[in-house]
Design a protein around this ligand. Structure first.
Ligand code: PRP
Ligand code: MN
Ligand code: MG
Length: 181
């Protein structure tokens, strides 16, 4: 269908819930980074919506930069080997870095990314993720600013895709099995 809603079984997190949660997280971030310059690092493409809304919710100046990394591949591979498709423009030395992600699924992307960014001399590196699937974790991720824990189901919307679709849905919703089976 051309209508996104026809492919969904259930809305899991509404646009309003996301807005409220990001406001809550933004107040914590403002307090924690008071008097420091914060660099938000968004992970393309899923983090685009969270980055846009979180950044606009923050009152002080922030810098925004982006990275694109390759997926480590579907299925059995759990090596967590990731390739940089687009690197940051910023030099991280001495910077306070906050990685912004849409979701922590297995955790492999963020596990690799935090390791990679840590080797560049940042003063601090923390993670903000809107969603996390605790039952899908292959590695533990130390996420300082978390939106919601969700069940281990295929979710789309608010940046999250299935085959590059559904990113523009305003809510986070469960994808109907008929779409991918
Ligand atoms: C998705 C999501 C996270 C990552 C989480 O990105 O946006 O970045 O997977 O999965 P993990 O915890 O198992 O590593 P994806 O690779 O689909 O690219 P995209 O952001 O462009 O959709
Ligand atoms: Mn992603
Ligand atoms: Mg994806």
């Amino acid at each position: 269908s051309r209508e996104i809603e026809a492919d969904l079984t259930e809305v899991l997190v509404t646009e309003q819930q996301i807005r409220d949660k990001l406001a809550e997280l933004a107040r914590r971030i403002e307090a924690d980074y008071e008097g420091r310059d914060l660099l938000l690092v968004g992970v393309l493409k899923g983090a685009v919506m969270v980055m846009a809304d979180l950044a606009r919710e923050l009152k002080p100046h922030v810098n925004m930069d982006w990275m694109a990394v390759s997926s480590y591949g579907a299925g059995t591979t759990s090596s967590g080997v990731v390739k940089i498709l687009k690197d940051l423009d910023s030099d991280l030395s001495g910077r306070d870095v906050l990685i912004v992600e849409d979701i922590i699924d297995s955790g492999l992307t963020l596990s690799w990314l935090t390791g990679n960014l840590a080797s560049r001399g940042a003063a601090s590196i923390e993670i903000c993720a809107l969603l996390r699937k605790p039952d899908a974790a292959k590695v533990e991720i130390d996420v300082k600013y978390l939106g919601f824990d969700i069940p281990n189901q295929f979710v789309v919307g608010y940046g999250l895709d299935f085959a590059e679709r559904y990113r523009n849905l305003r809510d986070v919703a469960i994808l109907a099995p008929h779409v991918y089976s």
